[in-house]
Design a protein. Structure first.
Lengths: 119, 112
């Protein structure tokens, strides 16, 4: 059974760095064809893809966030991570992690974690 | 970036009826490998999105055959027949042919 669960700080101040963790089970990020991505959704709005990391350590980022994103993984502990630097109120959203298998993107999602940026 | 335009924004349907959602892309979604990476998701109220259809017309595991996807190039459609209460929510298309991956803005399926 594939499960994913996000965790994060809940609330942080503008200009700080947001660190998110995706803990998963039921699959391995060392298996060929497997990737984990981060997607976010501001309240009442649509979905925005942020970043993806794959089994062979390839990475992709949404250029709209310029160079603020860093995605990484810990294969032995079944975790993936996302850092977003210099946050502001526009980064307030629910953050999801999701698995992809070759050809079927985001086939399993976590429950999401709410992040609020406020002074 | 590839812009994904979904219509309608809101779709009132009767239970047992049929619904059709359109997704149009600003450029062709045919990859150089010949595949078309257009996918559909449903986000039920208060839940995470769930995959319905991948690569235009392939139903994900456990998705009822009431859901069907079609289209090619830049023009795609999700059809839902015999709408049930559990089908209500926000539907999103996603393209993963081009970087960055982009979602449509969503269609809310609601009861008429």
């Amino acid at each position: 059974q594939v499960t994913l669960k996000e965790s994060g700080p809940g609330i942080l101040q503008p200009s700080q760095t947001l660190s998110l963790t995706c803990s998963f089970s039921g699959f391995s990020l060392s298996t060929s064809g497997i990737c984990v991505s981060w997607i976010r959704q501001p309240s009442g709005k649509g979905l925005e893809w942020l970043a993806t990391i794959c089994w062979e350590d390839s990475k992709g980022y949404n250029p709209s966030l310029k160079n603020r994103l860093t995605i990484s993984k810990d294969t032995s502990n079944n975790q993936a991570f996302l850092k977003i630097t210099s946050v502001d109120t526009a980064d307030t959203a629910i953050y999801y992690c999701a698995r992809s298998e070759l050809g079927a993107p985001f086939d399993y999602w976590g429950q999401g974690v709410m992040v609020t940026v406020s002074s | 970036d590839v812009v994904m335009t979904q219509t309608p924004v809101s779709l009132p349907v009767s239970l047992g009826g049929q619904a059709s959602i359109s997704c149009r892309s600003s450029q062709s979604l045919v990859h150089s490998n010949g595949n078309t990476y257009l996918h559909w998701y449903l986000q039920k109220p208060g839940q995470s999105p769930q995959l319905l259809i991948y690569r235009v017309s392939n139903r994900f595991s456990g998705v009822p055959d009431r859901f069907s996807g079609s289209g090619s190039g830049t023009d795609f459609t999700l059809k839902i027949s015999r709408v049930e209460p559990e089908d209500l929510g926000d539907y999103y298309c996603l393209q993963s042919t081009h970087f960055p991956l982009t979602f449509g803005s969503g269609t809310k399926l609601e009861i008429k």
